[in-house]
Design a binder for this molecule. Structure first.
Ligand SMILES: *Cc1c(COP(=O)(O)O)cnc(C)c1O
Length: 866
């Protein structure tokens, strides 16, 4: 409960409008989640400014507003008068973040609960909850919400602190140096609890030692006479204990606990009399899963003893401690399985704890689904490798999602997990589908379930995979993490720069399945991935298409195949283009199928194969009327002779014969049919001689859709996989979806007077005072300058025309008609924004080219996120 007078006194704010209410149930900084009666605090964040949502909060029933004076003064008079009429208490301060901190400090002093601060690398939320649950059995106890554990979150949650609270159990987060000390200055803990120290979020600390020192400031920040609770057996914690301080150190000792039992009912252990502070040994149990929660129980036990609870009281209260969502939380899964949802976050220590919990629990099959672990700095690669190696001892199947987790998969294979039991995916759907198919084929027995454990960093949003595996998906909102409207919208993976591509892998997956449906089970699908998968990012696309019906990949050059092989993609890959003789060895080393149309290349490939003791797979290319690579189809004898030569050369295996259509994307198929019949003549000639190779193929996307008689043994779609129309005449059928969006953010907004030149060459002179927005995207990103440019982009769902020349890394657009435009606003260059849409096809029309060229030309320096 927040009292207006306390808030005004603590913050020194001024009451701009008095409201009807002088008491508020809580603070809210997200208007989407505001509950009527709460006080809305407008906070400037990295991604948005709460001041843009003041009216939204008002309309949703906020009873008060805490806003910055400067922002209030900048509001239009209509908005100001709407606020006045809404008659809610409107408090103006200089800085809302600082005001919240002032309030937090003041309210803790006013109600003076005993403050218990919990921090550490892993388990701080569980420990905070366990301590609070135990203390709540005897005392009025406040606990900070979920993981609202920083200088913004803690004060926000303290809006619910009340006079009656005797204890306040607060979690302190730590993601940059100095944060723990600042939090301690704010909350002045009487008891500090350090759960442990292990590598987490190291990128801002440089080393594990620096990070340990940061956590150690919890102890140095404690005032004389306070208590420090720590894990006696944590090697990185011990050096932090300074026994010259006038504080009492209270170690807890997990390794003194014995008879540790882990079951689906929870964890239990016994502790000796001296550890229990009792006359006899004591059994502790809680509903938490996993042996590492012995530490959680002991930390809570130690704190509760210090607060005066009796051993039996603590023992009874601990049984009420249950898992939180996303923290080794058991949930019913599909096909009678048990989901062990650990998706709240991940780093090496908690991942290992999760694995050992998985192993300790009774289970049929054990399946781990692992997403990338972020924030590990230079430990990243090793940490993933070690986790993969460790996983072999704990799981029957390992499914990974993301390119860091793929390192774990590779390590698990090397450490002996059967390759068929290691599945590498890029999308949520594919990870879930892989698990479902295992669960479906290995239905559990009546008395023991198959178990799926899910883990990954927050950014990976692994709860989406969990949702796809729940027996009752409708329960997801209560049972999983990050289910609020705000979270549902956020794309957490941050691109490396404010101009980026978003690749919708589920669109790629579903487009691939649609192609597969079109051609039927007997015809293979080779997905064309040249030019970094038409700009979409070849590796993720490769993993996704291979999980969804494609069985072969096509690239333009040998060099395009090498990153795929390095990342462990073992599917067959065909190089469409010219491979010079000197590159044949590399092609063989990478186990690529090579396109041949000349005897000299065939001989070079044969020599390389002999030298490396390998067999090279070969596809012969026929030019049936494209005028590009291949032997002309009218030269039948030459083709037959060439195929015979390949058959005879040592080290070569004739795998395929193909041609490519030039105009399959025209409505009139006459010329394509002529190409097809020429190709068929070649094929008949070869069949007569018994020389037909096993894989004959001809169709690109357009022909795959419009010319079923040309499917042969395999089709080679590209553009359709990406959800782009083959041509303005031949569009994709219903249900195909574009996978790529191209976005940036406004870097500046300003007025330019009339008569001023804009950009290089002054090709545009303003005709009136013009509100311009500068965008951090230019022709060196593939955002073309000449002969014509993009024309316009989308901001706030409206078209903003480009003014003057596009520069190398920047451009300028007109937003005079979109006055709400602010620095940081999202700009769509290709994709959707609200109801508005700017498709690659529209852009292609403006640039006078094809959609393919538009997307393939977006340069590598533009990061791809999914
Ligand atoms: C690019 C390419 C394809 C795919 O063409 P789309 O029109 O994108 O479907 C197929 N085969 C070859 C040889 C190609 O070069």
């Amino acid at each position: 409960m927040i009292y207006l007078e306390h808030l005004l006194e603590a913050t020194g704010g001024s009451l701009r409008y008095p409201g009807k209410q002088t008491r508020f149930a809580a603070f809210s900084h997200d208007s989407r989640q505001l509950i009527p009666g709460e006080l809305f605090v407008a906070v400037r964040g990295e991604r948005s400014d709460g001041h843009n949502y003041i009216l939204d909060a008002t309309r949703r029933g906020a009873a008060g507003l805490l806003i910055e004076a400067a922002a209030f003064n900048a509001l239009s008079s209509e908005v100001q008068s709407e606020l006045e009429q809404a008659s809610l208490a409107t408090i103006l301060v200089a800085d809302t973040r600082l005001a919240l901190q002032d309030y937090a400090r003041a309210i803790l002093q006013r109600w003076h609960p005993t403050v218990i601060a919990v921090t550490g690398s892993v388990g701080k939320t569980s420990t905070k909850e366990a301590i609070a649950t135990v203390l709540a059995s005897n005392f009025a106890t406040f606990r900070s919400w979920q993981n609202y554990n920083d200088l913004l979150g803690l004060p926000l949650s303290l809006g619910k602190l009340e006079e009656r609270h005797e204890y306040a159990v607060l979690e302190l987060g730590c993601d940059h140096p100095g944060e723990i000390a600042a939090l301690c200055r704010l909350v002045q803990p009487h008891i500090g609890v350090l759960t442990n120290v292990s590598p987490t979020l190291l990128q801002y600390f440089g080393s594990l030692e620096n990070f340990a020192a940061e956590l150690g400031t919890l102890f140095t920040s404690l005032a004389d006479g306070s208590y420090a609770v720590f894990n006696q057996y944590d090697d990185l914690t011990r050096p932090l204990i300074d026994s010259t301080r006038r504080i009492t150190f209270l170690p807890f000792a997990p390794s003194q606990a014995y008879n540790v039992k882990v079951s689906w009912e929870g964890v239990s252990c016994e502790i000796p009399p001296e550890a229990a502070g009792a006359s006899k040994p004591l059994t502790l149990n809680s509903r938490l899963l996993g042996a590492h929660h012995v530490s959680t129980m002991l930390a809570a036990y130690t704190v509760a003893r210090r607060c005066g609870l009796q051993p039996e009281e603590i023992q009874a209260a601990l049984t009420q401690v249950t898992p939180l969502p996303g923290r080794l939380n058991p949930l019913p899964g599909v096909y009678g399985s048990q989901i062990l949802d650990d998706t709240h976050n991940a780093q090496p220590a908690s991942a290992l704890a999760g694995l050992s919990a998985l192993k300790a629990l009774p289970a049929g099959l054990r399946i781990a689904i692992l997403g990338d672990m972020h924030g590990l700095g230079s430990y990243e690669e090793n940490a993933h490798r070690q986790l993969g190696q460790a996983a072999v001892r704990y799981v029957d199947y390992l499914i990974t999602r993301g390119e860091r987790a793929a390192i774990s998969a590779e390590a698990a294979r090397q450490a002996g997990l059967a390759p068929r039991h290691v599945i590498v995916t890029s999308s949520h759907e594919d990870a879930a589908r892989a698990a479902r198919s295992i669960l479906e084929t290995h239905q559990a027995s009546a008395n023991v379930s198959n178990v799926v454990w899910l883990k990954g960093s927050e950014e990976m949003r692994m709860e989406r995979v969990a949702e796809l595996l729940l027996a009752q998906p409708a329960d997801a909102p209560e049972q999983l993490v990050r289910q609020t409207p705000g979270w549902k919208q956020i794309v957490v993976t941050r691109p490396e720069r404010p101009t980026w591509l978003e690749i919708d892998l589920s669109a790629i997956a579903s487009n691939t399945r649609k192609v597969k449906d079109v051609v039927g089970p007997k015809v293979r699908v080779l997905a064309s991935l040249k030019a970094d998968a038409y700009g979409h990012g070849a590796l993720k696309v490769a993993r996704t298409v291979l999980q969804n019906g494609a069985s072969m990949l096509g690239v333009a050059t040998v060099s395009e195949a090498s990153p795929l092989r390095e990342a462990g993609i073992s599917a067959p890959i065909l190089v469409f283009g010219y491979v010079p003789s000197w590159q044949m060895r590399e092609a063989l080393r990478l186990d690529l199928a090579v396109t041949l149309y000349a005897s000299s290349s065939a001989q070079a490939l044969s020599r390389a194969a002999l030298a490396l003791h390998k067999t090279a797979r070969v596809h012969v290319k026929v030019d049936s009327g494209m005028g590009r690579l291949g032997i002309r189809s009218e030269q039948l004898d030459e083709i037959v002779g060439f195929v015979r030569e390949i058959k005879e050369l040592p080290g070569l295996e004739l795998e395929g014969l193909y041609t490519h259509f030039a105009v399959a994307d025209m409505l009139d198929l006459t010329l394509t049919r002529r190409q097809l019949s020429r190709f068929q003549q070649v094929l008949s000639a070869l069949e007569e001689q018994g020389l037909r190779p096993p894989i004959v193929h001809a169709c690109n996307s357009a022909a795959t859709l419009s010319l079923p008689e040309a499917h042969f043994d395999m089709v080679r779609p590209g553009i359709a996989i990406y959800g782009l129309d083959p041509s303005p005449e031949v569009r994709l059928p219903e249900g195909f979806r574009a996978a790529l969006s191209f976005k940036t953010q406004v870097s500046q907004v300003k007025w330019v007077p009339a008569g001023e030149g804009i950009s290089y060459g002054y090709t545009y002179i303003t005709e009136r005072p013009t509100l311009v927005a500068i965008l951090p995207v230019g022709y060196a990103d593939g955002f073309r300058r000449a002969p014509t440019n993009w024309g316009s982009v989308l901001i706030h769902g409206q078209e903003a025309p480009i003014l003057g020349r596009v520069c190398m890394d920047q451009c300028i657009v007109d937003v005079t008609h979109i006055p709400q435009t602010r620095m940081g606003d999202e700009v769509v260059l290709i994709g959707r924004q609200g109801e508005a849409r700017l498709s690659a096809e529209q852009v292609a029309e403006r640039l006078g080219t094809s959609n393919c060229e538009v997307v393939a030309e977006i340069l590598a320096r533009v990061p791809r996120v999914d």
